[in-house]
Design a protein around this ligand. Structure first.
Ligand code: NAP
Length: 331
């Protein structure tokens, strides 16, 4: 398979730390270009990381005819605009989570990419880890009995007031940043919720810095989600049935070490060990297979629309102090 030629918009931390190395390791990808609003930053990153081309604006990268796919690790509020601009330029798009700030924006991005014949995928990397797939299988297959509760946590502490996560105008807030994982894993395990409720703490900059949420699903199944930008680091998922439960430590960022699933059934405690992978590399390799070979998508972008519908209901609940209905897809 001919290698997919990638470009990256912005010298973002997540790009430098995880996704650029993943593309460079990928069997079917090549990192061709990086762009920054500050030309010197693009040049510096390109030299340091061995990226052949550096551009001093995002527009210049989109004008490079050799760039086939663009990875967008920009602040959340910029995902919509740059996905639309990539689509118009005929570039396939791997966009960071959350795909957009609203379900309507995500729908518009999907329609634009379809119109221009390019692939759009949300970079929810943990969904590509074989451990996540195994958790979904175990929840569906019966060792836990009837799965009635999912508990998902993702918190950490942001110290700099300059961090994009604390800026309302850039789409900051703990729910968009890390609560989106809890919503995503709850939907993966329980389907689409009907009702959402949230309490939260709004920080000095005006974004939610701690949030606790309850989602109700068909048959009174529940998800309890917490997320935060002002708490110590923890990320864990618990899947609870009437016959047992799973605990998934480091559920979203397991690193490349072997990943564990703890299964508890009565007095029995079993640890399942899943061989470690670079989940970012699995994601970018699957993206290239979708582009090159038309392989089916593990996580189509419509999933992001459904995730954002829940996030929007939670944000409404945070404002209203009441439980809110989760909107249903149109048509
Ligand atoms: N999947 C994951 O594991 C994961 C992990 C962390 C973050 N993320 C997502 O990745 C995205 C970026 O997060 P990050 O922590 O890497 O962000 P970051 O380090 O702050 O980088 C954001 C980049 O966006 C560009 N940018 C353009 N306009 C900007 C503005 N007005 N203010 C600040 N930056 C601006 C900057 O690049 P230039 O100045 O070079 O143009 C900057 O380097 C977010 O959507 C986040 O949710 C995903």
């Amino acid at each position: 398979m001919k290698q997919l030629q990638w470009g990256v918009l912005g010298v973002a931390r997540i790009a430098l730390k995880a996704v650029i190395p993943a593309i460079q390791q990928a069997a079917n990808g090549r990192l061709l270009a990086i762009a920054s609003r500050t030309p010197g930053n693009a040049t510096e990153a390109a030299q340091r990381l061995g990226i052949p081309r550096a551009y001093g604006s995002y527009e210049a990268l989109l004008a490079d005819p050799d760039v086939e796919a663009v990875y967008i690790p920009l602040p959340n509020a910029m995902h919509r605009e740059w996905t639309l601009r990539c689509a118009e330029a005929g570039k396939h798009v791997l966009c960071e989570k959350p795909l957009a700030l609203t379900a309507a924006d995500a729908g518009e991005m999907i329609a634009a990419c379809r119109r221009h014949g390019v692939v759009l995928m949300e970079a929810f990397m943990y969904r590509y880890h074989p451990r996540t797939l195994r958790v979904a299988e175990l929840a569906a297959q019966g060792p836990l009995g009837d799965v009635r509760l999912v508990r998902a946590s993702f918190t950490f502490r942001v110290s700099s007031p300059e961090n994009i996560r604390l800026k309302p105008e850039l789409g900051g807030g703990s729910l968009y940043d890390v609560g989106c994982y809890g919503v995503n894993v709850s939907r993966m395990l329980l389907g689409e919720p009907t009702t959402a409720f949230a309490f939260g703490q709004i920080g000095a900059s005006g974004v939610d810095v701690v949030l606790g949420a309850v989602l109700r699903f068909e048959g009174d199944r529940l998800a309890m989600i917490d997320c935060g930008l002002a708490l110590s680091r923890r990320e864990e998922v618990e899947v609870v049935g009437d016959g047992g439960r799973l605990v998934v430590p480091s559920a979203f960022l397991p690193g490349e070490a072997n990943a564990e699933i703890h299964m508890v059934q009565g007095q029995n405690h079993t640890v399942l060990t899943i061989p470690g992978v670079d989940q970012y590399q699995v994601m970018v390799e699957q993206f290239a297979e979708v582009v090159r070979a038309g392989a089916p998508m593990l996580l189509p972008p419509e999933d992001a629309v459904a995730n954002l519908r829940v996030i929007e209901a939670l944000l409404r609940s945070l404002r209203s102090g009441r439980a809110e209905e989760v909107g249903r897809p149109q048509g």
